[in-house]
Design a protein around this ligand. Structure first.
Ligand code: SF4
Length: 697
């Protein structure tokens, strides 16, 4: 960074990376970002992490797409074979008119043969337009995005049991808590600014209960560290709840006033004694008892969770347990209490709210409800569309293989890296007879495109974004897009026009105004207010900055009551055996974000973590005659990758942790596509794997 002389312009916006939603001041000179500073946003109060502070120069990377591209007729076969620095043998440059006409021609009139993936990296308005295009333009609901791969199971459980998919309290509320459970999340790496609040909580004496099959940095701040066996979440949580019931530690008054199905829950929990559960989850019965007493006796307790909870075939059951734990202890709806699934991408909350999901229209209103659909078609001035839930991310790939889907529009998502069993997804993309990709880089997915529409990075566009706390914030253009690249909303409008949809929007604020017509969550939130400051939904009046804590006086469910849904123990889909004796866990690293398309092109971040790596316990390595720094081969039933191994005592013995940001060792070549039946989320957090020292190394 420099001093005040180093820039001639300052633009206030939001970080493009994780769901914390830190507000940033960009310092700009000659249409280039010189450096950034954290400013006083509600979620970050001036703080930034390494990604927010140093991860912005991907915007000016030489790989940026600057012209619309159409696949050449004489291009080599589709595959991961395009060099971003030399596109010419595969694609030819086109004008916007030619590229948009070509994109629309391949989609027009094809109804259910077309599916769409929108993006949690785009604005709320862009997400809304995307789902509108699929529903209005093609008459069905085959539209989804990466929420399916991160918190779909959490949302399924929250909607089922508390009647709303968002968090019940901001993470900053931990300042008023005296106990907190953090399970299946690693905030120091994935939500680093949120982690600063969690550390402060622990330093002032709050009881921090960390539960994670992998050791992690927050262990240093924890009063209890439960390094349980992968996949044993339900056993452990039921064991804890059994103690709360058996020792009478539950909040009878709260349960009677605000919940239903308690007798069945109590009965169900009897079988999960801590002794029995200790054998399954690997945590001693006495520790389960101590955690139960600590959390239940707290005056105010919060529960945070991440994808370690959600990315299992029993992900919805995991979240059901966490919801039940909060309800039975009365830790919802008061200061310092709440349920908070930490959201991954900067706008995964907003994109889901905006209806970028196959079963819900905006504000989680079911597509099956005739009244709901007609409220939208009235505003859209268009005929009715299907009342059937659409296909989800993994189901869409299966439908391509089955020949049911033949064309796709993919905006800002990278399924050729992010889907489970990714070779299956890559083959599906190659099979499509028309693939439109809209992105800022030639992503792995764009390798398979028939037409590529160059779009804008977050710091090049106008639009609102909603963070993990339900805070809606304004994103502003800091610099101009390169070459002929355009804002995503503009591309959507132009493409829609060629599909026969005359939307006529001239600015995202008009889209936001339309969203408000059928989204009660945006009541009292206006574009003009957002120009001034963030507003949390729900906002009760035009002066109300919004409700950080919700459900203090009941839930948006029948009779205002939340529900206990008992969960039984379900083993992971595949278990280690003699052929695949280890457990593979995938996840993220501090410096890299998701499939790496941005952070691996951010010079500082990539300099810190330049090489694909995995981590194993030193004892396991010693036993296998492998040294830290060796290249090893990881093989599952789906495929094989070569990767450098690090020694890390945080990883349990006989486990291996592999980040998923590296295309050269794509973790998802290995992962299991088995789905949670409710959230339809794949089991990224558990695969049986074989490990060998690589003979080619
Ligand atoms: Fe950006 Fe998240 Fe880091 Fe904040 S914590 S600076 S939102 S990556």
């Amino acid at each position: 960074r420099g001093d005040s002389q180093d820039y001639d312009r300052e633009v206030k916006s939001v970080c493009p990376y994780c769901g914390v939603g830190c507000q940033i001041s960009f310092k700009v000179k000659d249409n280039k970002i010189k450096y950034v500073e954290g400013i006083n946003g509600p979620a970050n109060e001036g703080r930034l992490c390494v990604k927010g502070r140093f991860g912005f120069d991907y915007i000016a990377h030489g790989h940026r797409l600057t012209k619309p591209l159409i696949r050449r007729e004489d291009a080599p076969e589709k595959g991961l074979n395009v060099d971003p620095a030399n596109l010419g043998t595969h694609f030819r440059e086109a004008t916007w008119d030619e590229a948009l006409d070509f994109a629309a021609k391949g989609m027009r009139g094809r109804g259910k043969e077309i599916a769409g993936f929108g993006s949690a990296k785009c604005s709320n308005e862009e997400a809304y337009l995307f789902q509108k295009m699929i529903r209005q333009g093609f008459g069905h609901n085959n539209v989804d995005h990466c929420t399916r791969l991160c918190h779909a199971s959490s949302v399924a459980a929250l909607l089922e049991n508390v009647g709303s998919g968002g968090v019940t309290a901001s993470f900053n509320e931990i300042k008023n808590a005296d106990a907190a459970i953090m399970i299946g999340c690693n905030p120091l790496e994935n939500h680093p600014v949120a982690a600063t609040y969690f550390k402060q909580f622990a330093k002032r004496g709050g009881k921090l209960i960390v539960m994670d099959p992998r050791g992690q940095g927050m262990k240093r701040y924890a009063s209890h560290m439960l390094q349980f066996k992968p996949g044993a979440d339900v056993s452990m949580l039921n064991g804890i709840m059994n103690v709360i019931v058996e020792e009478g530690l539950y909040d009878q008054q709260y349960i009677e006033a605000y919940t239903e199905n308690w007798p069945a829950m109590k009965e169900h929990l009897k079988q999960f004694t801590p002794e029995k559960m200790a054998e399954i989850c690997g945590i001693e019965a006495e520790v389960l008892r101590d955690v139960a007493r600590t959390f239940a006796s707290a005056k105010a307790g919060m529960i945070f969770w991440g994808m370690g909870v959600s990315q299992h075939i029993h992900g919805t059951d995991n979240s059901r347990c966490l919801i039940s734990l909060a309800l039975m202890t009365g830790h919802v709806g008061r200061p310092g209490t709440g349920l908070h699934p930490l959201r991954g991408q900067n706008n995964v909350q907003g994109a889901s709210d905006a209806g970028l999901i196959p079963m819900f229209l905006p504000d989680y209103q079911p597509v099956s409800d005739d009244g709901v659909r007609s409220a939208f078609t009235d505003v859209w001035k268009s005929p009715d569309f299907s009342n059937q839930k659409g296909l989800t991310v993994v189901e869409i790939m299966d439908a391509i293989h089955a020949g049911d889907i033949k064309g796709m529009y993919i905006l800002g998502e990278n399924p050729a890296m992010s889907d489970p069993d990714v070779e299956h997804a890559r083959h599906a993309l190659a099979k499509l007879d028309h693939l439109v990709v809209q992105d800022i880089f030639l992503t792995e997915t764009a390798n398979y495109a028939d037409v590529i529409l160059p779009s804008s990075a977050w710091a090049e566009k106008t639009g609102t974004v909603t963070n993990t706390n339900r805070q809606v914030q304004m994103g502003r253009p800091v610099v101009s897009p390169p070459g002929d690249a355009r804002e995503d909303w503009w591309i959507e409008v132009e493409l829609a026009k060629r599909l026969g949809l005359d939307w006529g929007y001239t600015h995202p604020r008009e889209v936001f105004a339309e969203m408000k017509l059928n989204m009660a969550s945006l009541d009292n939130i206006t574009w003009d207010r957002l120009e001034q400051s963030a507003v949390t939904y729900p906002s009760l009046s035009e002066d109300d900055p919004g409700q950080d804590i919700v459900f203090g006086d009941g839930f948006p469910r029948p009779e205002g009551r939340a529900k206990f849904t008992p969960a039984s123990v379900i083993a992971p889909d595949e278990r280690p055996d003699t052929e695949y004796p280890f457990v593979l866990i995938t996840g993220r690293q501090l410096e890299h974000w998701h499939t790496g398309s941005m952070t691996r092109r951010a010079s500082v971040l990539d300099a810190v973590e330049p090489e694909a790596n995995c981590s194993m316990h030193p004892r396991t390595l010693r036993r296998m005659g492998i040294e830290a720094g060796d290249t090893i081969r990881l093989t599952t039933r789906r495929g094989s990758v070569r990767v450098m191994v690090r020694a890390d005592r945080a990883v349990a013995e006989d486990n291996v942790f592999l980040p998923f940001a590296y295309v050269e060792a794509a973790a998802n070549i290995l992962t299991n596509p088995a789905l949670d039946p409710f959230g339809k989320i794949p089991e990224f957090k558990y695969s049986a794997v074989r490990i060998e020292k690589d003979s080619d190394a």
